[in-house]
Design a binder for this molecule. Structure first.
Ligand SMILES: O=P(O)(O)OC[C@H]1O[C@](O)(CO)[C@@H](O)[C@@H]1O
Length: 548
């Protein structure tokens, strides 16, 4: 019989040709002299200055989760076995941003099935509902307990269970903070199990709390191993030494930012190997963008398909390229280590970068604006359509242009005009309010644009990115231009006891965020697909024909 191999839990941050000399070396030395690593491990809330101190004082418990989350393992295992004993082995997770990104990467890395709902797309939610409800448990995860997308999913699934003759109370598991409205609801409705998370950990630092561990563990991932990996990393990350991988990563990205590299391009360099951390970039993206993108500064994460992709292989001086996995020639930095260790490494590094940039890495001051704008639109449903006419219709694509783009001519002309609005070393953000499974071809737009426009291009699924890069787009360096893609919804879904459907909510989120971006003076072009597949193909074709 083959014995299980001991796992390599070490973390490495390869600083490449420049090494730890020059500005990076100086920064590391300063961080060591200031004892930043040990103070962070000791949860010192003064590290980000007086303005951030009160928030930091209730946000630092993530440094010890490898110990404090241990008791959860038994509870998760017991619930999983109980559910399996009842024939319930399909796990759906409803949660946005920090309440779903970690479990998604944990399960994808282990190859364990988990259906993640972080969308308001009726088609995608409809597909999740069409799965075998007899075998389904839904984990409803929300720190605040008031996030509209998650609340809508809970309502929709509760109704579907009831209609299928299944008691929803037995099939809804809740993860939330103590005292939240969702915690109260879980008690009053008698939901199957209520997991209360540590309130002194912010959403994007919550990978190793109940938010990350409960859905992943119920789905069958080995979450105890994840805590072991984090425990091994915690020692390395808390020492005031120039070999500390967290300090090395923070110093490299901080020094690069100082020199003008305000984008961080992330790619897995070992895709296809058993060690690859599938989807890690999407988790790191939220951590970096929401933590640092504020006060007109920050690091803009750009997640790309691979190290040979446009944006990585040909990155300019405004970007640092980071390989997640082994070193490759196109990468400035390479970061290796197991998932549990990398969660903690990037959390430490991001918190330290916050100190280097002089911002509070624990708030997200610009996220609320888009939520408010969507809410106002939902209160006045007539503002959501009807009266606004497209400036151009090109086959299955309706064009809604704004500042800087007249929207005249065919789709190609409109795109050409739109791309001319990108400032030097600015960026293009593609924001697709579509079904990320059925409309997955939308992701091709990132590379097609990046090949042609000579600046970094990000891709985000709406409304998921609103809880991630959305903060940077409004709070960071204002040099982005925004391409929104919306689409016709064939099978809309009512949100029970709410005056809107999913399609209405989805459109309100797109229009609301578009309005906020325009208030920030940013160019926004919305392309609405009356036929999604044909429309996406049409946009790709128009991009391929662009004169650059
Ligand atoms: O867990 P909640 O409260 O539903 O919030 C989900 C996400 O929304 C945000 O608060 C802001 O968009 C994220 O920081 C968070 O991870």
């Amino acid at each position: 019989m083959t014995q299980p191999q001991p796992q390599d839990t070490s973390l490495t941050v390869d600083l490449g040709d420049s090494g730890a000399g020059g500005a990076v070396g100086e920064l590391i030395a300063k961080l060591v002299a200031d004892r930043v690593a040990s103070k962070l491990a000791g949860q010192d809330s003064t590290l980000w200055g007086p303005a951030a101190e009160s928030e930091a004082s209730i946000r630092l418990s993530w440094t010890t989760l490898h110990k404090t989350s241990r008791p959860l393992i038994g509870e998760i295992d017991a619930l999983r076995e109980e559910l399996r004993g009842e024939g319930v082995d399909r796990v759906v997770l409803a949660g946005m941003g920090g309440s779903s990104l970690a479990p998604e990467v944990i399960t994808a890395t282990e190859g364990v099935p988990l259906t993640v709902l972080d969308t308001t797309d009726p088609g995608q939610v409809g597909d999740a509902l069409a799965g075998d409800l007899d075998r389904t448990v839904i984990v409803v995860s929300s720190k605040s307990g008031g996030t509209v997308e998650t609340d809508s999913h809970r309502r929709i699934f509760a109704k579907a269970f009831t209609e299928a003759g299944i008691d929803p109370g037995r099939r809804i598991v809740v993860v939330t903070d103590p005292g939240s409205p969702l915690a109260e609801l879980a008690e009053s409705e008698g939901y199957r199990k209520l997991f209360l998370a540590d309130p002194n950990v912010g959403g994007r630092y919550s990978a190793l709390t109940a938010f990350g561990l409960v859905p992943a563990g119920l789905a069958g991932a080995d979450v105890a191993r994840l805590l072991d990996q984090a425990a091994a990393a915690a020692g390395e990350l808390s020492v005031d030494s120039d070999g500390n991988p967290g300090l090395r990563l923070a110093a490299a990205l901080g020094a690069a930012h100082e020199a003008g590299a305000e984008k961080v391009v992330l790619a897995n360099s070992d895709t296809g190997s058993p060690e690859t951390l599938t989807g890690f970039g999407d988790w790191a993206e939220q951590l970096i963008a929401e933590s640092t993108g504020k006060q007109g500064t920050g690091l803009l994460p750009v997640v790309v398909e691979g190290p040979d992709s446009p944006g990585f292989a040909d990155a300019d001086s405004d970007a640092t390229t980071v390989a997640i996995g082994p070193r490759v020639s196109t990468a400035d930095l390479a970061v290796r280590g197991p998932l549990g260790g990398q969660f903690l490494l990037w959390e430490y590094a991001t918190a330290v970068i916050g100190r280097l940039l002089g911002i509070n890495p624990f708030d997200q001051p610009d996220v609320e604006a888009a939520k408010n704008a969507a809410r106002s639109l939902l209160d006045e449903p007539e503002s959501l359509g009807g009266e606004q006419e497209p400036s151009t219709v090109d086959g299955p694509v309706e064009v809604f242009a704004s500042a800087g783009v007249s929207g005249d001519g065919g789709l190609g002309d409109v795109l050409q005009e739109f791309l001319r609005t990108v400032p030097e070393h600015g960026y293009v953000a593609v924001q697709a309010y579509l079904d990320r499974l059925d409309d997955a071809s939308a992701t091709l737009l990132r590379g097609e644009l990046a090949k042609r426009c000579g600046v970094q291009v990000t891709f985000g699924w709406g409304p998921r990115f609103l809880h991630s890069t959305g903060q940077y787009h409004k709070g960071g360096h204002q040099n982005g231009v925004f391409l929104q893609i919306t689409g016709a919804a064939d099978n809309d879904i009512e949100v029970p006891d709410r005056p809107y459907t999913l399609a209405t909510l989805q459109l309100a989120q797109a229009l609301g965020d578009g309005a906020v971006l325009r208030e920030h003076g940013r160019p926004v072009l919305r392309l609405h697909l009356t036929d999604r597949a044909a429309g996406l193909a049409e946009i790709v074709r128009a991009l391929q024909e662009l004169q650059t």
